[in-house]
Ligand binder design. Structure first.
Ligand code: PLP
Length: 380
């Protein structure tokens, strides 16, 4: 059996048993609430582990045409297609692979409704102009937001032709009461539309797999919403499914000291863990110890001056060659991997429940080369 200590870094390690822990919470929520859960592929689309995930969920939802194809091909069950902006070709490409097509605007819906086949239901994203989303960049309630139709812009006669509606207004929301308040707001604001549709997707960002989250209370809130409007409720979890299941393992390749001791590792947030940078959210290192006497910056090996994983402390001085485990690196990471600086791409592994380690993907120089060109102009 392959020993983890012999794997070349950098690599992601998906822990199947931790994934199943989250999936059991998904299952519990479904059973108690009657809601259906579709995985948001934009957060996590490492389809090599879909055999583990699919039995617990009802399908997938997407943010772009290739995710629709991937969900249809590798996950099965229900395939929801959503896009902020479809081209005509996009709609043609996804139509026969989708159970539901959700448009972001009334103009997209009007332009493409004739292309939606009989078997496929039509939904529209609505924007309740309220959210529990934290950072402005990811907040659909930010001023002039293009995501979904607001109440004042909604043409209620058009809405008669809809099968369902979608809302997405949470991000890592750990509070049932704030989620319930958002639903009360939606119920009042959009009561006419809600009485006409047969399903409502409440989007992602509800962090019900967080330790201690009161799943029963959430289930009750969802059930009441579903009863009040006589609709099938959906949630579209991404991060909640994948949280705390996956580590990024890196090696210290150098230690420099320009006023602060900085361990340089064989990975970069800009290439392999982009949200650390975009949202300015420092990573956690499993080997660190809160009161350790040896502080370090965990610096990346990209050329970007501010690219670092975190600042943290250790009980012992770090050594070149030592491995560090960047915790909780599953959601919004593998989907955003890029080849910036020509760094080595992390391999992707899964530790199965029985302890065996499966390699889902590994990359080499040719992969880097081929993302940029397949041939040179002189050979065409
Ligand atoms: C991002 C997104 C999701 C998933 O959000 P998580 O925070 O990962 O649960 C679901 N639905 C829509 C429309 C999204 O944009």
């Amino acid at each position: 059996m392959q020993q983890e200590s012999q794997l070349a870094t950098p690599y992601f390690m998906i822990d199947e048993s931790k994934l199943i822990d989250n999936l059991k919470k998904c299952q519990q929520l479904k059973q108690l609430s009657g809601a259906k859960l579709v995985l948001a592929l934009k957060c996590f689309s490492t389809w090599g582990v879909f055999d583990t995930i699919a039995p617990y969920l009802d399908g997938t939802t997407s943010s772009g045409p290739y995710e629709v194809m991937l969900g249809h091909e590798t996950f099965g069950k229900e395939t929801h297609a959503y896009s902020v902006g479809y081209s005509e070709q996009d709609v043609k490409d996804v139509a026969d692979k989708s159970d539901k097509i959700i448009f972001n605007s009334q103009s997209q819906w009007q332009r493409y409704r004739h292309l939606v086949p009989e078997h496929c239901q039509v939904g529209l994203r609505l924007n309740p102009e309220r959210s529990a989303a934290g950072q402005d960049l990811a907040d659909p309630a930010r001023a002039f937001c293009r995501l979904g139709v607001t109440e004042s812009a909604l043409d209620k006669t058009l809405a008669l032709g809809l099968d369902g509606v979608m809302f997405h207004m949470n991000c890592e929301n750990k509070s049932v009461s704030s989620f319930a308040a958002l639903l009360d707001h939606i119920s009042a604001q959009f009561s006419d539309v809600l009485s006409q549709v047969s399903w409502v997707s409440l989007g992602g960002g509800v962090f019900f797999t967080w330790p201690g989250y009161p799943i029963e209370e959430l289930a009750e809130v969802l059930k009441q919403f579903s009863l009040a409007h006589q609709v099938q409720v959906y949630l579209e979890p991404g991060e909640a499914v994948i949280t705390q299941t996956t580590d990024l393992v890196v090696t210290v390749v150098d230690i420099v000291d320009n006023g602060k001791k900085t361990a340089i590792v064989d990975s970069a947030t800009e290439a392999h863990r982009l949200d650390t940078l975009i949202y300015n959210e420092p990573a956690s290192i499993a080997e660190a110890s809160q009161d350790g006497p040896f502080p370090y910056v965990i610096g990346s090996c990209s050329c970007l001056a501010g690219d670092q994983f975190c600042e943290t402390q250790f009980d012992q001085p770090l050594q070149v060659g030592q491995r560090l485990t960047v915790q909780d690196s599953g959601g919004y990471t593998m989907v955003k991997l890029n080849w910036f600086n020509g760094l080595k791409m992390p391999s992707i592994y899964c530790r199965r429940v029985n302890g065996s380690i499966e390699c889902l993907n590994s990359f080499e120089y040719q992969d880097f080369k081929h993302t940029l060109s397949r041939k040179s102009i002189s050979s065409i």
